[in-house]
Design a binder for this molecule. Sequence first.
Ligand code: ZN
Ligand code: ZN
Length: 125
Amino acid sequence: MGKKIYKSINKNYENSCDGFVCKVCGKFVKQLNNGGKQRNHCPYCLTSIHVDNNKGDRQSSCKGIMEPISVWVKRNGEWAIIHRCKTCGKLSANRIAFDDNSLKLISLAMKPISSIPFPIERIIE
Ligand SMILES: [Zn+2]
Ligand SMILES: [Zn+2]
C-alpha cells in the first residue's frame, strides 16, 4: 500500500501541483501556497532537482540532483541558495522560502569559513 501512495505522490511531483517527495531526504514537501510561486527546493535538506533549462520552464531532461553549495546574499539582503547539478554541473540561484531549514541555511553559509584552505594565522598577520 505504501508503494502505491509513493507512486501517486511522484506523479504529483511531475505536475508540481500539491507537492512532491524529496528524492534525497524522502520527506513529503507541500507546495507553497502564495501567489503561484513554485517551490524549487526541499525545505528540509535544501536539495533541488534539475528540471529547468530557463527559470520555471520545466524543459530540462537532466533531472539530476541539485546540491545546495552556497548562499548568495542579494543587494536587498535577501538570501538565495546556489544549487549545482550533480549530473551536468549547471549552477542556479533560488530564493529561499519562509519554511526552509534555517540551521541548514546557516551551515551552508558557514561552510567556506569552517574549511579555510590556508593557515588562519595568515589573516591575522
Ligand atoms: Zn529533502
Ligand atoms: Zn543537470
